[in-house]
Design a protein around this ligand. Structure first.
Ligand SMILES: O=C(O)CCC(=O)C(=O)O
Length: 307
């Protein structure tokens, strides 16, 4: 088995140059206008986070990670590839790549991701978990409409954030993310499933919410760009109908202080998830602190716009 990279709470490669001072951190920030867009619509999109060399490095490592013979496979928290079940609707979905390949480990330490997570959470930021979502050409399956937090109620309170990063150009044709703007104000909905039936959520929506689905918007991205979204915004993605793959890397964040509450009905999707005992704040081996405004900004927190 490969070495578990989770033991390293610092970058392992030179993939991301780290800011030296508050001014350099500010270069990675989003504008007040973008923060307002996130607050109003539940997402903010089209943010450049990787250059092409970084994209290529992650693509190479992703090819290795998708191979079930990779010696690091036992380190995945979850690994699903439904190819053998339904070759028409393939979706490769895995959590834990940060423990296995150094590029995905260091993605957590992207200054742009760390800065924006701080701005959108408004406090110190911890890593929650990562994800890989890959749709192969022509047969890539849907990810049904859902809210991320419905899968995370075993952590409290809700103070989470998702960053979805395109490793290929993501378009409506190849299955880019779609959002229902402002649905993050609907409250928590029951889980209706992630695969197969895109519209499964409709059965639990009221009339107004169902008509809001007609106002859904696509979030196309160039490779290396990202969209950040709220834990309650309704989102999903359609099939890949193109001749090219649609691959995405996800980093999920939680505010420092979020604690483990595994007694709730919905636990994580696998018993390999590093779940902490009831009441314990997320910290330690698997939940590194990624951004501490006191440390990173030397207390000059007013110089950066945040929630
Ligand atoms: O990659 C996709 O199509 C779905 C991603 C998603 O649902 C998420 O990151 O929350």
């Amino acid at each position: 088995m490969s070495e578990d990279l989770a033991r390293y709470h610092h970058p392992l490669t030179d993939l991301f140059r780290q800011p030296a001072d508050v001014g350099e951190w500010a270069d990675h920030s989003i504008t007040r206008e973008q923060i307002r867009h996130f607050e109003e619509h539940g997402f903010v999109t089209g943010i450049p986070v990787l250059d092409i060399q970084q994209v290529e490095r992650l693509r190479e490592q992703l090819v290795r990670l998708m191979d079930p013979a990779h010696p690091g496979h036992p380190l995945f928290y979850e690994f699903h590839s439904n190819e053998s079940i339904d070759p028409e609707t393939v979706l490769f979905h895995a959590l834990g790549g940060w423990r296995i390949e150094d590029g995905f480990h260091d993605l957590l330490y992207s200054p742009t991701l760390r800065m924006i997570a701080y701005q959108l959470l408004g406090t110190a930021v911890r890593f929650f978990h990562d994800q890989l979502f890959c749709k192969p050409p022509a047969h890539g399956g849907v990810v049904s409409w859902h809210q991320d937090y419905s899968y995370w109620t075993w952590t409290q309170p809700m103070a989470h954030l998702t960053c979805w990063i395109a490793l290929d150009d993501a378009t409506p044709e190849n299955g880019c993310l779609h959002y229902v703007p402002a649905s993050h104000r609907w409250g928590l909905l029951p889980i209706t499933g992630l695969a197969a039936d895109m519209k499964a959520v409709e059965q639990i929506l009221d009339t107004d919410q169902r008509s809001a689905l007609d106002r859904q918007v696509a979030a196309p991205l160039k490779a290396g760009e990202a969209v950040f979204h709220h834990p309650l915004v309704l989102h999903g993605s359609y099939q890949n109908r193109s001749v090219l793959p649609r691959r995405g890397a996800v980093v999920n964040f939680a505010a420092d202080g979020v604690w483990s509450h595994p007694e709730t009905l919905e636990g994580p999707g696998s018993d390999r998830f590093p779940i902490l005992p009831e009441g314990q704040p997320l910290a330690g081996h698997y939940y590194p602190l990624l951004f501490d405004p006191q440390r990173e900004l030397a207390g000059e927190t007013d110089s950066i716009a945040h929630l």
